[in-house]
Design a protein around this ligand. Structure first.
Ligand code: HEC
Ligand code: HEC
Ligand code: HEC
Ligand code: HEC
Ligand code: HEC
Ligand code: HEC
Ligand code: HEC
Length: 344
């Protein structure tokens, strides 16, 4: 992963403050350039698209779908995307307030003071709309039910808790102050106070260093949203359905040594940058442990008798998550033999 750009430069740039950072640029960029430039544009940095920035819907100005005798259409007009469902007799049309996700998207609207999750979602693999994962077996009896699934207040609190910053405060929705996606403060509590301090030329009062966490602690940290091992066991999510919960899958792998940072989430992923889709680029992560014998003469884990490159292509297979129209990467690193069942 790309290491923090913070070094001597950060200390020197204290002198430049109050800095005139480019309009719209993240204020942390003066000193933590790399993280601050890339993070806001990542999937986690975006999280939700609001009407003005609904790029997926702008690129697909008219989407249609038919299911259970109901017709769905999402059309872009005057800066808004309208979600319309009709049954041949009547119709119901609502503006899409919140489009969750950046690749696949599920829509959230308000109707008569309640939040609804759209019954159809956009899936890139379908190049259009399909039934929202989890709602496949719902049989709508009227237009409102066909429009979407009514959610509990608690559920919305959790959606905005994982996909936004400032959208939840002390367990209640605070949508007035909601900013889509995860900002720095979300993962680095104390960052705003730190920024204020450095801006006033005071000692930096730096947030704690997350880079010192063990693999186990990093899994728990990321697992707050990607789901921890414990959470998956409690939810009893078995079979392919748990492939999206990487902290759980990784912990079940023989490679997972809780105190070894070479297998921590951040050894392979920079949380401030886009997910790297080049399989060969992960080889060095595997070889950090599986290179036979290190130059210092210390014994490392066994090396592969089959290949010395693109390790993840064989040992971290892609698995289709049922109902999601998407594939995930199985983080339970292992030898896979023909006919093997998916291990829980
Ligand atoms: C004027 C420069 C400056 C700005 C602006 C600034 N920081 Fe820092 N930051 C520093 C310095 C210097 C340190 C190192 C402090 C230390 O080691 O005691 C630091 C440390 C950190 C650390 C701890 C990491 C580590 O290696 O110790 C984090 C996380 C961090 N900053 C995040 C942020 C975020 C998020 C923002 C914006 C909200 C921000 N900083 C704005 C200068 C800055
Ligand atoms: C506060 C919740 C939260 C935490 C904590 C969190 N994530 Fe995420 N992460 C998300 C959400 C939400 C998405 C999906 C964003 C989207 O597609 O809209 C995501 C997506 C991702 C992706 C996929 C990006 C892509 O382009 O497909 C990666 C990789 C990822 N997270 C890694 C991590 C790592 C590593 C950590 C821990 C250092 C972490 N996340 C911590 C909420 C979180
Ligand atoms: C516990 C945290 C958490 C909660 C609660 C949560 N999400 Fe997510 N969501 C994630 C993470 C992490 C990802 C990325 C990995 C994945 O797809 O599983 C994600 C991915 C998504 C995606 C796919 C994004 C993409 O780019 O493909 C959509 C759509 C989505 N969530 C919508 C919702 C909606 C709507 C709710 C509430 C009903 C919700 N999420 C609740 C954490 C959460
Ligand atoms: C999804 C959570 C997440 C978000 C959002 C996030 N960071 Fe980080 N950040 C981390 C983690 C985890 C590490 C430790 C990486 C490692 O293990 O090496 C880190 C490391 C850093 C460091 C190096 C010092 C340290 O703590 O080890 C800096 C500086 C930093 N982040 C700045 C930022 C800035 C600036 C932003 C906002 C633009 C931001 N981060 C947003 C999770 C996050
Ligand atoms: C040894 C390397 C490695 C480690 C450790 C690792 N990942 Fe991954 N991760 C990958 C690879 C490889 C991909 C697939 C990249 C691609 O699409 O080509 C991936 C993909 C993902 C994705 C995108 C969705 C998916 O499943 O394809 C998320 C989210 C993610 N990882 C989160 C995590 C989290 C959270 C942790 C820590 C519990 C973690 N990863 C640990 C290698 C790793
Ligand atoms: C932190 C060090 C570490 C990292 C990083 C690591 N492994 Fe491992 N791996 C281990 C250990 C320890 C074992 C168990 C060895 C044993 O049982 O003899 C293991 C076992 C394996 C096995 C045999 C598993 C089985 O089912 O018997 C495979 C295959 C493997 N690793 C592949 C990989 C690949 C591919 C990567 C990168 C994506 C990777 N490892 C990353 C430490 C690591
Ligand atoms: C083309 C698929 C493929 C690729 C690519 C691949 N492997 Fe393997 N690997 C296998 C198979 C199959 C086995 C089981 C061999 C056997 O037991 O006959 C294996 C076995 C292993 C083992 C267990 C060795 C033992 O003696 O128990 C480790 C560790 C391993 N691979 C790591 C890696 C690493 C690290 C890479 C990348 C540098 C990698 N593999 C690339 C298919 C692959």
């Amino acid at each position: 992963m790309v290491r923090s750009s913070l070094g001597k430069a950060a200390a020197t740039c204290l002198v430049l403050l109050p800095a005139a950072f480019a309009a719209g640029e993240n204020p942390c960029a003066t000193c933590h350039r790399e993280e601050a430039r890339s993070q806001p544009h990542t999937a986690m940095g975006i999280g939700i698209q609001l009407p003005a920035d609904q790029t997926v819907l702008k690129e697909h100005p008219r989407l249609t779908f038919e299911s259970n005798g109901y017709n769905y259409a999402i059309e872009r007009k005057d800066g808004l995307s309208m979600y319309t469902v009709s049954d041949g007799v009547g119709s119901l049309a609502l503006p899409i307030r919140y489009a969750f996700g950046v690749s696949a998207q599920t829509f959230v609207f308000e109707y008569k003071d309640h939040f609804y999750e759209s019954l159809v979602s956009y899936y890139p693999s379908a190049n259009g709309l399909a039934i929202t994962m989890g709602s496949e077996r719902l049989l709508p009896h009227n237009l409102v039910e066909a429009m979407g699934r009514e959610t509990s207040g608690e559920e919305m609190v959790s959606c905005f808790g994982c996909h936004s910053s400032g959208g939840v405060s002390q367990g209640t929705l605070t949508l007035e102050s909601m900013k889509p996606g995860l900002d720095c403060e979300h993962c680095h509590p104390g960052a705003n106070t730190h920024l204020e301090a450095v801006s006033q030329g005071k000692p930096p009062a730096a947030p704690s260093k997350l880079g010192v966490m063990s693999a186990e602690d990093t899994s728990k940290f990321c697992g707050a949203c990607h789901r921890t091992w414990d959470a998956v066991v409690r939810m009893r999510t078995w079979g392919e359905l748990n492939v999206r919960f990487q902290p759980y899958r990784l912990a079940n792998s023989k490679c997972f040594l809780g105190n070894d940072r070479r297998i921590s989430c951040t050894a392979c992923h920079n949380p401030h940058a886009d997910l790297v889709r080049d399989e060969a680029s992960y080889d060095r992560n595997c070889l950090a442990c599986h290179a036979g014998t290190s130059s210092a003469g210390t014994a490392l884990q066994k090396s592969c008798p089959v290949s010395d490159r693109k390790c993840v292509s064989c040992h971290m297979p892609k698995v289709e998550l049922p109902g999601s129209h998407s594939v995930f990467t199985d983080h339970q690193i292992r030898i896979i033999r023909a006919g093997d069942r998916y291990p829980n």
